[in-house]
Design a protein around this ligand. Structure first.
Ligand code: RAM
Length: 709
């Protein structure tokens, strides 16, 4: 990208409708050039900020959507490379770009967006490298000679939506011989400031198309909650404005709940998870947004002509599926589906918290779902990109914000050990699944920097800062944060020690730290009556490995007792929910975990499903987002305990739990598959493993096995 320059649109005030601020509008860029021969090979290196579509001779260079990865653009900007050999021809050619705001030019006050250090109007950089059969080559770069005009999106903002006027589409702008004499010359733009990086990321794509399951009074129900948008096809009248509003749930016959919407409601911004489409009047015109996405199950379409066709498009990071799970219990299967759907909807370039309201890269949410995401998907490339984003926003002290990337918000609220530990424990979990240490080596310095910050925030090895057991059942009586924070200091120290050894570094500091923290945790919290009524307390102690074997057994039995006393209801927040399934199942109480998960009454996972949820919620009483993935540890439990496939610290462990009521289970992850019918198990493994059954460990070589238990 050396010879290319960043280009933008000069201000052309008289071309703007006065209701919109400059920068709200999408812009076009175009350039024509002549080739004397047919290219043998051509690639375009491209970055459009915030987002853009690039066409060559009328054809898109990619099927990917929301193409430019979201990064702290003043630190790192990722450009993508696309093979465009087939799109070029001998003679006249044209490149056309349609650019919008994305997170580069977000106007929201919340999360500091509008104050982002990188914020600017849309801009682009492109370098088209062409090689001919005779070995000669030429390069076509974005330059001051390109032309620009305002685009058809009168308004476009990621979380809010678009106002798209089809009458302003400049047909043929991306093909040669288009008359651009009324277009302006581009202006050279400031580079966004970040290092230009060509790293690989997993693209965002439309992965599924859904037909509505019901339509009534302009409300289309797609049956499931997803991330993405709808595509409409219609025969409208020129100038007719169609309203398309997205929502998760209704508060009355016609209106969506406020929780279904973006924070734009409180900020009084023009759109609240909605698009407006102004028809051109052409027969069969189609529209789907380009510069925003939504979280929704329903759309409400106003003022549409008869014969409107509507389909939903599920949009997320298109990682390959590597896992499947199914069993004889229908509720568990629904919980698996809901978890998978929540994970997909919440990975749109970065792991987010919810697709409809925030679309933020909340670190904790990603940590809480890391196991199940890696069991279901080949997501390591996508995480690598996101973990690099941590480096970009880490303060020199080592401190991390609660959302990554961030525009300067989230260092003093929304972070803390349980969220920040994503930076330590996600790389380690990726290692356990892939056995590849590259990511650890790459992040090592920054992880160590974070740990020095974490240690400096602990008083006598007790840490107590940031968020704790978030979104609990009982908001008035929450397990103290010091218990869970200090446990993360221990867990992180243990992971650092293991990672140090894996990459040939000295682990002694982390070993000592782990011992000291464990001692401090036990002195402060162990067997202290004040905490014994918290499920999270017992679960944390067991899950994080703070106890000796006998103590862990005892704690697990106390936890099982507590769950039973509570009518087999879960009674914790995100942290407790992360620990409780393991803490019960590792010591013989998988049946209690099963009863708790499938308990039909509030609060429980099954209660969500019985209330019509198709994803997981943010709160047990469903009064907030209905598409969060932070409670998805249940899916990890299905794979690791119910099916018994675990990629552990020391390799593959096969440890299926025989639970009364679950007659059969079928699951597979990568080269490992297991099927259980009552007490007969068949197993295929593509590597060595340890079989753990009835407390007995047996080493297994790669191969096929049949046994009864
Ligand atoms: C909410 C988010 C997220 C959580 C933070 C702390 O706003 O949706 O799930 O991690 O709060």
């Amino acid at each position: 990208m050396l010879s290319a320059v960043w280009i933008t649109t000069p201000e052309i005030p008289d071309m703007l409708p006065d209701t919109f601020k400059y920068g709200d509008r999408s812009v076009y860029f175009r350039h024509e050039f002549t080739l004397n021969n047919v290219p043998a090979k051509a690639v375009i290196k491209l970055c459009v900020l915030g987002l853009g579509v690039c066409n060559i001779n009328g054809t898109a260079v990619t099927d990917d959507v929301l193409t430019t990865p979201f990064t702290a653009y003043d630190k790192r900007v990722i450009y993508r490379t696309f093979d465009v050999t087939k799109l070029l021809k001998q003679g006249k050619n044209a490149i056309g770009i349609h650019a919008g705001n994305g997170f580069y030019n977000s106007n929201m006050r919340t999360w500091n967006d509008c104050m982002a250090p990188w914020r600017d109007k849309p801009k682009a950089i492109a370098e088209l490298c062409i090689t001919f059969a005779d070995g000669s080559n030429t390069v076509v770069c974005s330059s001051k000679d390109w032309r620009t005009a305002l685009g058809p999106c009168l308004y476009n903002q990621m979380r809010q939506g678009e106002i798209f006027d089809a009458n302003l589409i400049q047909k043929g702008y991306d093909s040669p011989c288009f008359d651009d004499t009324k277009w302006a010359k581009v202006k050279l733009a400031h580079a966004p400031g970040g290092v230009l990086s060509d790293e690989e990321t997993t693209p965002i794509r439309i992965t599924e198309t859904l037909k509505p399951v019901s339509v009534k009074d302009g409300v289309y129900d797609f049956g499931v909650n997803i991330s993405g948008w709808v595509k409409i096809k219609l025969n409208g009248i020129k100038g007719q404005t169609i309203g398309i509003t997205y929502g998760e749930a209704f508060k009355n016959e016609t209106e969506f709940t406020d929780e279904s919407r973006t924070f734009t409601i409180t900020e009084n911004l023009p759109l609240h998870a909605a698009c407006k489409y102004i028809c051109s009047g052409e027969k069969g015109e189609t529209y789907a947004p380009t510069f925003c996405y939504f979280g929704f199950r329903y759309v409400k379409i106003d003022n549409a002509p008869d014969g409107l066709e509507v389909e939903a498009q599920f949009v997320h990071t298109a990682f390959d599926t590597v896992g499947r799970f199914e069993c004889s219990d229908g509720m568990l299967n629904k919980l698996h589906d809901a978890s998978v759907r929540a994970i997909k909807s919440n990975f749109v370039g970065i792991p987010t918290d919810c697709p409809h309201r925030e679309q933020n890269g909340w670190t904790g949410d990603a940590l809480f779902s890391i196991g199940e995401t890696l069991l279901n998907f080949d997501a390591t490339d996508a995480y690598r990109k996101w973990l690099r984003d941590f480096i970009d926003v880490q303060r020199p002290s080592g401190q991390l914000p609660g959302i990554v990337p961030c525009a300067g918000w989230g260092y003093n609220w929304g972070s803390g050990p349980a969220w920040d530990s994503a930076f330590i424990l996600i790389p380690y979990t990726i290692y356990t699944h892939t056995k590849n240490t590259d990511i650890i080596k790459e992040l090592w310095q920054n992880m160590a920097l974070y740990m020095s910050y974490f240690e400096s925030m602990a008083d006598g090895y007790i840490a107590d800062f940031g968020l704790g057991d978030w979104c609990p059942v009982d908001t008035k009586d929450v397990c103290p944060t010091a218990i869970t924070d200090t446990a993360y200091l221990f867990a992180d120290a243990v992971a650092m020690s293991r990672m140090a050894r894996l990459i040939g570094k000295d682990s002694s500091h982390w070993d000592e730290l782990a011992l000291k923290v464990k001692a401090a945790w036990k002195a402060a919290f162990w067997q202290n009556k004040t905490y014994e009524h918290y499920q999270t307390y017992w679960a944390c102690a067991v899950y994080q490995g703070l106890l000796d074997a006998d103590e862990a057994k005892y704690a697990s039995s106390k936890l099982a007792e507590l769950v039973a006393i509570n009518g087999y209801h879960i009674n914790c927040g995100v942290l407790g929910a992360k620990y409780i399934f393991d803490a019960l199942s590792d010591y013989g109480y998988a049946d209690v975990a099963y009863k708790m998960a499938t308990n039909p009454t509030y609060p429980s996972y099954a209660y969500w499903i019985n209330s019509g949820m198709t994803t997981l919620c943010e709160t047990w009483n469903m009064n907030s987002s209905l598409n969060h993935h932070m409670f998805s540890e249940i899916d990890d439990w299905l794979y690791r305990h119910v099916a018994g496939i675990e990629f552990g610290d020391d390799g593959l462990v096969i440890a299926p739990k025989i639970i009364d009521g679950i007659d059969w289970v079928k699951a597979a992850v990568r080269g490992v598959s297991i099927e259980r019918q009552q007490n007969r198990i068949s197993l295929v493994i593509d590597r060595q493993a340890t079989l753990l059954l009835c407390g007995k460990a047996t080493p297994l070589e790669k191969g096929n096995y049949y046994f009864t238990v």
